[in-house]
Design a protein around this ligand. Structure first.
Ligand SMILES: Cc1cc2nc3c(=O)[nH]c(=O)nc-3n(C[C@H](O)[C@H](O)[C@H](O)COP(=O)(O)O)c2cc1C
Length: 199
């Protein structure tokens, strides 16, 4: 009897451990909390994005078309090299050394918006440092905003990048984010409906 009980306990422990593992690995499991909102036709929407090669800009423009939101391009004073390999070296150095690149321009009427999409490519498993610069600046107060992260990527670290945008805006409300590979924007409309931004 005692032996059976021990075996049962052992099996339960293995099952619990397996369930926890499969949850961690599920690519659809967000690494961050998702809040929910009701649809409201009067929301004022800003779409702030950083894009090096145009993919994220393409996605940002789709979001703007579907929501009627305003676009704001996050740009660095010193542009990243146009050569891909050089760009990866600069990006890696910024990430490894926590360098926040200086940004060009600013959103001068942030208070007018209640929803802000924030988008970027995945760079070295996370968001580019320009996103740190943008979200950390004391020029903006995001605490009353609904933040919706989005990203484009080649194949990996979508969730980590969306989660980084959430981590950088701790006082905001967050809706489920979206990631697109390259310029394939299938699913954007469905996502915007699911999070009650459009009807
Ligand atoms: C510096 C750098 C690092 C990258 N790191 C990753 C990565 O970790 N994972 C990934 O899937 N794609 C990675 N990529 C590919 C980009 O995320 C992808 O091409 C993205 O769609 C580019 O967006 P953009 O055209 O708006 O710049 C990287 C690209 C660059 C330039």
């Amino acid at each position: 009897m005692k032996h059976k009980l021990l075996v049962l306990c052992g099996l339960s422990a293995i099952l619990i451990a397996l369930a926890a593992c499969s949850k961690d690995k599920g690519s659809d499991t967000p690494l961050y909390r998702n809040d929910t909102i009701e649809y409201d036709a009067n929301r004022k929407i800003l779409i702030a994005y950083f894009s090096w090669g145009g993919n994220t800009q393409h996605l940002a423009e789709e979001i703007a078309d579907m929501t009627g939101g305003m676009l704001f391009r996050i740009e660095t004073v010193n542009p990243n090299p146009s050569d891909y390999n050089e760009c990866t070296v600069v990006a890696r150095n910024e990430l490894d050394n926590g360098i926040r690149p200086e940004l060009k321009g600013s959103v001068d009427n942030l208070d007018d918006y209640d929803v802000m999409f924030v988008g970027c490519p995945v760079w070295w498993h996370t968001a580019p440092m320009a996103i740190w610069s943008f979200l950390e600046t004391s020029d903006y107060d995001f605490s009353d905003k609904i933040i919706i992260p989005f990203c484009t990527y080649a194949s990996t670290y979508r969730e980590e990048t969306l989660a980084k945008i959430v981590e950088l805006t701790p006082a905001s409300l967050h809706l489920r984010g979206f990631g697109a590979t390259g310029r394939n924007t299938n699913g954007v409309e469905n996502w915007l409906r699911t999070i009650n931004i459009i009807r």
